[in-house]
Write a protein that binds this ligand. Structure first.
Ligand code: NAD
Length: 458
């Protein structure tokens, strides 16, 4: 099948590469000339596990091409996917200008039958707007098309696996012809029997927002429980396991931390709240979800400040983890960045390290913070370590080396990576989220800081 992917960002690139991997001819279109040139030369603009492997193969075998020419991409294609940005407007609603501008351009190009598929996350009613725009713009040309809402549920960091083996595919369309074509396109991805759920456009659009809002609610809920556990002397790890074993609740998305971030959850929860407002509905729960999230990072920064006797000014703080979650270099609305902003505002000096998100962080903070070449370099003469992202490489570090490098063996863990009891044995003072703090045993804490150049090197 021939398809055009309009917008070659996170979603468009992953979807384009995966459709090509299944044997389709995919042409990816973007207005960013530099990005298209880089892609044509085989250079991947984002870090996403396994993506580069499939990208190189399909580029070499000619099933995947890139262009800035929308008309040339659309004319031979049966499916036109819109994977365009829907950033928040000033009032929090989704900005549809990218989608509607492209729909205007597509109108005159749909002279043979096309399925126009919205992959972007868009509010209820967008399919109608896209249909209107196509009809208006293509009035003279005698257009032939159907509109489909096909929201994307991939997770950054696991995007290829999610796209290749989706738990479900949602197809929103009132056209049986388009539904049939979409089922044929997705059939190779659901061979294990996962469902293709065909529904009306509005329900499909709402499904995506409802899914993200529900997941965000779970995160804010467990963060509230964690904060209360800390006050009440309970351990959120025990509580999490205790409730997660109940199949009505489930054990996923119940990890307390620094709050949700990334390019989707915050903007989608705000946009759903705005949609509710537009329909004169007071969606109170979403307000609470957002408020809890906006203050969750303060749980850690306030703890740090208290530990330093109310003053972090002049303290050298090592930060491990800058991406909004592991396995990505994406720092959009990253809780790690919120922690850094807060500590900088209180006068701390930050030395940061992340396995993938150094460049994306440098683009945000510039010279305001120091960038370390590896985990251990960040710790050199730091007064404390703060962990903000759950990268696997942070899970089993060299504890002896850490103790030698840090000015004092003090860790604030915003991701609950370690067992508090083990940290006591390892000689660290350890504070995490919603669990009792650990103090080092006297023998372990009496280490003498004997640093060698080898401690800092990679
Ligand atoms: P992105 O910002 O990474 O990429 C968007 C791309 O569209 C950019 O390359 C941009 O240059 C291009 N573009 C803008 N206007 C264009 C035009 N007129 N013609 C051609 N290209 C144009 O965005 P993204 O993260 O891929 O998100 C796209 C949509 O998918 C959003 O609605 C988002 O909410 C949704 N979504 C994102 C994720 C995710 O994890 N990133 C997951 C599910 C859904």
């Amino acid at each position: 099948m021939k398809l055009a992917m309009v917008g070659t960002g996170y979603v468009g690139l992953v979807a384009g590469v995966c459709f090509a991997e299944m044997g389709n001819d995919v042409v990816c279109v973007d207005i960013d000339h530099a990005k298209v040139e880089r892609l044509k030369q085989g250079r991947m603009p984002i870090y996403e596990p396994a993506l580069d492997h499939y990208f190189q193969r399909n580029l070499t075998e000619g099933r995947l091409t890139f262009t800035t020419d929308l008309a040339a991409a659309v004319r031979p294609s049966a499916f036109i996917f819109l994977a365009l940005p829907t950033p928040p407007d000033e009032d929090g609603s989704a900005d549809l200008s990218h989608i509607l501008r492209v729909a205007d351009q597509l109108g005159p190009l749909c002279t043979s039958y096309k399925v126009v598929v919205t992959k972007s996350t868009v509010p209820v009613g967008t399919a109608d707007l896209v249909r209107d725009a196509l009809e208006q713009a293509g009035r003279q040309a005698g257009v032939d098309f159907d509109v489909v809402s096909n929201p994307e549920f991939l997770r950054e960091g696991a995007a290829v696996v999610d796209f290749m083996t989706p738990e479900r595919v949602v197809v929103g369309t009132s056209s049986p012809r388009a539904a049939d074509l979409m089922k044929r396109l997705y059939a190779p991805f659901v061979r294990q029997g996962n469902p293709i759920l065909v529904m009306d456009e509005r329900s499909a659009e709402m499904t995506k927002y409802a899914a993200n809002a529900f997941l965000a609610t779970k995160i804010s809920f467990i963060n509230e429980i964690a904060n209360l556990c800390a006050r009440a002397g309970a351990n959120v790890d025990c509580v999490r396991r205790g409730i997660g074993a109940d199949s009505r609740i489930g054990n996923k998305f119940l990890y307390p931390g620094l709050g949700f971030g990334g390019s989707c959850f915050p903007k989608d929860v705000r946009a759903l709240h705005k949609t509710a407002e537009q329909y004169a509905y007071d969606f109170q729960l979403l307000n609470a979800v957002l408020e809890v999230n906006a203050r969750q990072h303060l749980y850690l920064t306030n703890r740090i400040q208290e530990r330093f006797g109310g003053l972090v000014h002049g303290k050298r703080i090592a930060v491990w983890g800058l991406a909004f979650k592991a396995h990505t270099d994406d720092v959009r609305e990253s809780p790690a960045h919120r922690v850094i902003e807060e500590l900088l505002a209180r006068g701390a000096h930050i030395v940061a390290f992340d396995p993938e998100a150094m460049d994306t962080t440098r683009a945000v903070f510039g010279n305001a913070i120091t960038y370390a070449g590896n985990l251990y370099e960040a710790l050199h003469e730091a007064d404390a370590l703060v962990i903000c992202t759950e990268w696997p490489s942070f899970r089993r570090p060299d504890w002896n080396r850490m103790r030698r490098l840090l000015n004092q063996p003090l860790i604030f863990d915003g991701r609950n990576l370690y067992e508090p009891a083990c940290m006591t044995d390892k000689g660290f003072e350890y504070h995490s989220v919603g669990r009792p703090s650990a103090l080092p045993t006297r023998a372990d804490s009496s280490h003498a800081p004997r640093r060698t150049p080898l401690d800092v090197a990679a």
